[in-house]
Structure formats: structure tokens, C-alpha cells
Write a protein that binds this ligand. Sequence first.
Ligand code: MTE
Length: 326
Amino acid sequence: MLIRSDQGFNHRANSDITPAHVYARRREFVQQLAALACLAGSGQGLAQTVQRPGKLAALNSVVSALPGAQTADTPTPYKNASTYNNFYEFGTDKSDPAQNAHSLKTQGWSVEIEGLVKKPGRLHLEDLLKLSAMEERIYRMRCVEGWSMVIPWVGYSLSELIKKVEPLGSAKYVEFITLADPKTMPYVGSRILSWPYTEGLRLDEAMHPLTMLSFGMYGEVLPNQNGAPVRLTVPWKYGFKSGKSIVKIRFTENQPATAWNKAAAHEYGFYSNVNPNVDHPRWSQASERRIGDGGILAKKVKTLMFNGYEAQVGQLYAGLDLTKNF
Ligand code: MTE
């Protein structure tokens, strides 16, 4: 390290000026960084050291080597990611899900696979957890409302599950149906949306390796408010495509209805790809505010086409008019 002195620049050891235990810890940190750099060099992707909040059960994973699965952007603090949420089954204020979702019952969870597949049936959470190796992927998530976060998710590609259940040739879309239990979800039954909250993807979008079935974040199982015990994460689409607390996955021939499209078709299309060039009818989508970077006073940053995942997913939409198919 270079230190400025009156004589110019000279080298001094850290140990000259730093207490020994701090120095030792710093050395350990530098060694960890070096190890991560080696991982990156070996093609295993650039890992970030994500702070483990240590509240929930740990969910071990390997650093994903998938192109697009790591980012140089700093992860959003866990506190923001777990207290600033959209989960309308628990209320419409951003703080409602963290306050109310403790009533969600995740024990004995299962996901029903139905529709146009060779192997329909019910998959218990324990079996889903074992279906493929867990990976950590750090995705930028952009909400249609104009804010964004950077979240280290734990899970695997949804395609792993899709391959297991063997879609029929006639299957063109995948519908995601989430839990709607009025006993544990106080806003189910309200007229904000039609329940259950459903979402959908084209089969090729669902098969894209970046489309993730997520069971955890920040190295732990998902907190209820983030969609426990299993949710979707689709980083190049607006956040509402990422359905939380999924109970059913249905393979269909026709494009499924989705909760937000049913509520306001002219505002929320089926595709909902992040696109700075296509405005929401009531506001621009050209920029976003990173949650955690100074709150509502945070400087806006430019929104990127497909949320910055164009190299990975752009070809899915070749020839499609994205103004009409918003
Ligand atoms: N899933 C369900 N079941 N209910 C919801 O209200 N909100 C969506 C999506 N998934 C929602 C949902 C919206 S609008 C967003 S922006 C993301 O979840 C927010 O995810 P996060 O709270 O983990 O950031």
C-alpha cells in the first residue's frame, strides 16, 4: 500500500499502523478475495461475499457459473429486501408483508404439476429441494413501479423441474398458481386482484436457464414475505412475473390469464419484459431507483433493456414487436 509522506511515496507494511488482530482479519479477507478471483478465473463465475443475516435456516449452495448469474452490482441489504415487498395477499403497503406474513403456513408444502405433461402429480417440498443442486445467483430485480434491488437467490433453473415432468409437444405455456388461503392471508378475498395470484411464461421463457425456482435468499431459506417456501425469479421481467408461494404449475396450449393482466390489461401485458423504451401508460420506465441506496432520495439510474440480460435472453424475442407485446 502506498502512503504519502513529506519525502514522497514510500512503502509501509500494514502491520506498522494496524493492530495485529485487525491486520490478521484483513489478511484473511484478502485471502478469501484471492480465492474468489481464482474461482472466477476457472470459469466458475465471480462470487460476491454476501452477508448472511443468520435468522433463518441456512440453505447451502454453490456459486452459479451460468452466464448472467453474477453481477458486479452490490447486493441490496437483507433488511431492505425483506421489509420492502409486494405480496398483496398480506396487504398493499410495502411494509405489510413483513408485518403480516408470519401467518403463512409453509409446513407440508407441495406443488401440483398438471396439464400437458407426461408426468403430472404432486411434488413435496422435500423432493423439490433435492431435485437439483442449489446455486446462488445474484440477480438484479426491477419492479414495474420503478424501483430495483440486487438479490442473491438460492435455487436452480426451473428447466430442471420441467425436464423431469416431460411436457407434451402441445404444451406452449406454463402457468404458475400461488397459494390463496383466506385463513392465513388476510387480503385474499379483497377486490384488489382476482385470487389466486397467477402468472405465466411461454414454455421457452420458462426453459431459459436464468428462470429460477428459488427456495432461499442471502444463503438462507426464504422469509415468508419473499414468497416462502418456493417462488419464481425471472430477472429480465418486471418483478410481478415472479410469483410467490407457488402451489401449482400447469402446462397449457394457450396463453394463460395472469393476475395483473386481468386487473389492468392496458397496463400489464403478458410479456412484461423490462424495457426502458416502452413506458407504462402512467409513467416512464427509462430509469429506476435502487432500494437501499439512500431511499427515495437515491439517484436514479438508467434502466437497461431486458434489465441488463439482453445478451442472454434477447434472442427469445427476435422478430416480436415489443411495443405491442409489452
Ligand atoms: N406473488 C404473489 N403471490 N403475490 C404478489 O402480490 N407481487 C409481485 C411478485 N410476486 C406478488 C407476487 C410483485 S408486484 C413483485 S415486485 C415481486 O413479487 C416482489 O418480490 P419481493 O418482495 O421478493 O421483492
